[in-house]
Design a protein around this ligand. Structure first.
Ligand code: IPM
Ligand code: MG
Length: 377
């Protein structure tokens, strides 16, 4: 990276717990900048903008034009979460934040690769719903989810009237060879840097898409002879995650299967509040644009109460430092700071257990303060 580069970050906090956890991530990024900025020659320029219901309230749209323009001028987007199920059920579904903001951003920036690392640390073994003997030496899975194809975006996608108050709803699952191949390459490259095993998830026993998926992944695998490829039907994959999660290294999934299995896998890590994600597009030159967001939702039931776990948001910011800003050491420093506060016993409610003598229950802001302090230390 060139000397004293200014890295432009769009921070879109969104709805529910979004603003609270974003505040903590920004706190940690400022600590990173103070600690590592001089040494590595960078500063981070953070601009906040509304999205989701906050966008609708501020500018009449879930993804206001000004917010989109800001994103286009930025090097990366740190995203909170959007969607409040109880707000205004009359708004057309295409205008709802999930579709009009989140899915739109994914499509607009061609973010076809979604990486969701699921790690159960020893200190949180009690928060995992599985018995200790099923946790082996720890769970460490990378879900690689295709993010711009499949049922989420396939056409036709419509509801038609059949008369007599009855309707027909259609979603279409579409994948092309190229779409499958490019996400498969992401999966194999990631496996190479890990334990060199890739489990490809499909439903080839029923779906045309599944047959193509399996054929293309098998063909791409020939370029990665050092990685062991295994195919698994999605229903079996869901079961195997519960029975023996330690068998998985990289799980390669199409869009909807990845959505479902990544939530299931996240439960193994103790809480959705621990699960960061990176959504990446094609790398141009040295730069990879990305949207970094916690995989959990807006959690409206605990919003504004200083109860939310900010770790997924903070870990997402760490992934951003690594993948989009090329600041691997700074990113690792944040991951280490998170590991330290967990080892020290700090727990938000979602990962707290009264049986753990070392555990101390803290709120959102105290957790963020502790991680920022650990980064600075
Ligand atoms: C996720 C979420 C989104 C998805 C929703 C909010 C549209 O569940 O990022 O996993 O389904 O992709
Ligand atoms: Mg999901």
């Amino acid at each position: 990276m060139s000397q004293s580069q200014s890295l432009k970050l769009a921070a879109l906090a969104g709805d529910g717990i979004g603003p609270e956890v974003m505040r903590e991530a920004i706190k940690v990024l400022r600590a990173v900048e103070n600690k590592h900025g001089k040494k590595f020659g960078f500063s981070i320029e953070i601009t906040e903008a509304p999205v989701g219901w906050a966008g609708i309230d501020a500018a009449g749209k879930a993804l206001p034009d000004a917010t989109l323009a800001l994103c286009k001028q930025s090097d990366a987007i740190l995203f909170g979460s959007v969607g409040l199920p109880d707000r205004d059920p009359t708004i057309p579904k295409e205008e709802r934040p999930e579709r009009a903001a989140l899915l739109r951003l994914r499509k607009e920036f061609g973010l076809f690769a979604n990486l969701r690392p699921v790690v159960l640390s020893k200190a949180l073994a009690h928060a995992c719903p599985l018995q200790p003997d099923r946790q082996g030496d720890g769970i460490d899975i990378l879900v690689v989810r295709e993010l711009t194809g499949g049922m989420y975006f396939g056409r036709p996608k419509e509801t038609t009237d059949l008369g007599d108050g009855k309707k027909k709803a259609v979603d279409t699952m579409v994948y092309t060879t190229d779409e499958i191949a490019r996400i498969a390459h992401v999966g194999f490259r990631a496996a190479r840097l890990r334990r060199k095993k890739l489990t490809s998830i499909d439903k080839a026993n029923v779906l045309e898409n599944g047959v193509l998926w399996r054929d293309v992944v098998t063909a791409v695998a020939k370029e990665y002879p050092d990685v062991t490829l295994e195919h698994m039907f999605v229903d079996n994959g869901a079961m195997q995650l519960m029975l023996k999660p330690t068998q998985f290294d990289v799980m390669l999934c199409e869009n909807m299967f990845g959505d479902i299995l990544s939530d299931e896998a996240a439960a193994l890590a103790g809480s959705l509040g621990m699960l960061p994600s990176a959504s990446l597009g094609q790398t141009t030159g040295e730069k990879t644009f990305g949207v970094y967001e916690p995989a959990g939702g807006t959690a409206p039931d605990i919003a504004g109460k200083n109860l939310a776990n900010p770790i997924a948001q903070i870990a997402s910011a760490a992934l951003m430092l690594q993948y989009s800003f090329g600041l691997n050491e700074a990113g690792v420093a944040v991951h280490n700071a998170i590991a330290k506060v967990i080892a020290d016993g700090l727990r938000t409610g979602d990962i707290y257990s009264a049986h753990d003598a070392k555990a101390r229950k803290v709120g959102t802001s105290e957790m963020g303060d502790a991680i920022a302090t650990a980064v600075a230390g």
